[in-house]
Write a protein that binds this ligand. Structure first.
Ligand code: NAP
Length: 352
């Protein structure tokens, strides 16, 4: 390994912010970083977004406590392994939701590692495929990642606004591309949160006519400012009913089960609602699907190929997330506010 400082410290003890037990608060903690391998890049974490998935992961979804969350990471490279070819010490890099996969199956060989048939290794709370150690996320001073799962951050972009693109951005971009959103498309985005606000920007930039659906009347002006052509307050039945048979595609980012039938009814014949929010179940009447030959689909985060494409697309079009940057001592407050839908639109922790 080459390094900017002390070459003899891997594996080493890393200061982090973790929840030690399920539903616990986030506390300062430290862990032993796994040993670096020839294809690994070690980086100092500069910034890390707080995704609603982190709320799920410190609660019901977490598996290997203590959990160090964070999968919207911007870092600066401090060491590179001897086999690394694409990165150098000092590079500004990004890490998203995964750090490894089997690399052999069909999805992996197509650069869609998030759909690895043998299970992608998540950036945190996953198990390292080689030594079985628990993976640790971006709420830490340092991270380690095989270069295949690391991205260059385009020059000149706002780093805090770019961090959320590594999950909120790609999770929105991937289905918008998969369902061919572009000029002539009429698109609904349900939920103006971390994912939804980036989705509005992306869909608009792709050329679609965009309607935002929000439960929050106080987000109407904000959604228009993000680029929505039209905003529907979704708890107003009349506003939703006025859009029946309107949309080719709806990206639903809602994090919980909600009454979906009225929203599904706003799809045109053969329209698709893609729910990326991973609620426990869907509350929808099948007749709403039958009547318009409509589909409900879902999508995970994108793979490495599409993530690199998304970062370039966002840099080209000046798309970043709207963020509230916080210091680590405000993480617990940020989790409380995120769970209460009180952020416009993404918290990003400044780890520097
Ligand atoms: P977020 O910032 O909390 O945004 C979710 C939005 O949903 C809220 O801002 C709110 O928007 C709306 N909402 C909340 N409760 C609602 C309810 N009861 N009924 C209707 N709308 C409601 O969360 P996020 O970070 O965007 O993440 C959203 C979900 O996506 C999470 O569950 C997360 O785990 C999941 N996710 C999935 C993937 C994937 O791979 N598929 C990747 C990342 C995240 P309004 O105030 O505008 O109504």
């Amino acid at each position: 390994m080459s390094t900017h400082s002390d070459p003899n410290v891997t594996p080493r003890q890393i200061t982090a912010y973790a929840t030690l037990t399920r539903n616990g608060s986030i506390e300062e903690w430290s862990f032993r970083q796994r040993e670096a391998r020839p294809h690994d890049v070690v980086y100092d974490v500069l910034l890390c977004g707080i995704c609603h998935t982190d709320v799920h992961m410190i609660g019901p979804w977490g598996q290997h406590f203590p959990v160090v969350p964070g999968h919207e990471i911007i870092g600066r490279v401090t060491e590179v392994g001897e086999a690394v070819t694409g990165f150098a010490v000092g590079d500004i890099v990004a890490v998203g939701t995964m750090v490894d996969s089997c690399r052999r199956c069909g999805p992996c060989t197509a650069g869609m590692e998030s759909y690895c048939e043998n299970g992608a290794t998540y950036t945190y709370d996953g198990l390292d495929r080689i030594d079985g150690s628990v993976t640790r996320g971006g709420f830490a001073r340092s991270g380690i990642c095989d270069e295949r799962f690391l991205f260059h951050v385009p020059d000149g972009v706002d780093l805090a606004g770019t961090a959320p693109l590594l999950c909120a951005g790609i999770t929105s971009y991937s289905p918008l591309r998969r369902w061919n959103v572009g000029p002539g498309s009429r698109v609904g985005v349900v939920g103006v949160g971390g994912l939804g606000h980036v989705a509005i920007k992306l869909a608009r930039t792709l050329g679609a006519e965009v309607t935002a659906f929000t439960t929050s009347p106080d987000k109407v002006e904000g959604a228009l400012a993000l680029g929505a052509h039209d905003v529907v307050v979704s708890r107003d039945e009349a506003q939703v009913a006025a859009r029946v048979n309107t949309y080719d595609f709806i990206l639903d980012t809602v994090s919980t089960t909600y009454p979906m039938t009225p929203i599904v009814n706003t799809l045109k014949l053969d329209g698709t609602l893609c729910s990326v929010g991973i609620p426990d179940r869907f509350d929808v009447l099948p007749i709403a699907l039958a009547q318009g030959r409509r589909s409900i689909a879902s999508s995970g985060s994108g793979g490495t190929r599409e993530t690199a494409e998304m970062l370039a697309f966002c840099a080209q079009h000046g798309i970043t997330a709207d963020v509230e940057v916080i210091k680590p001592d405000a993480i617990n407050d940020a989790f409380t506010r995120l769970a209460a839908n009180d952020v416009r639109y993404r918290f990003v922790i400044d780890m520097r």
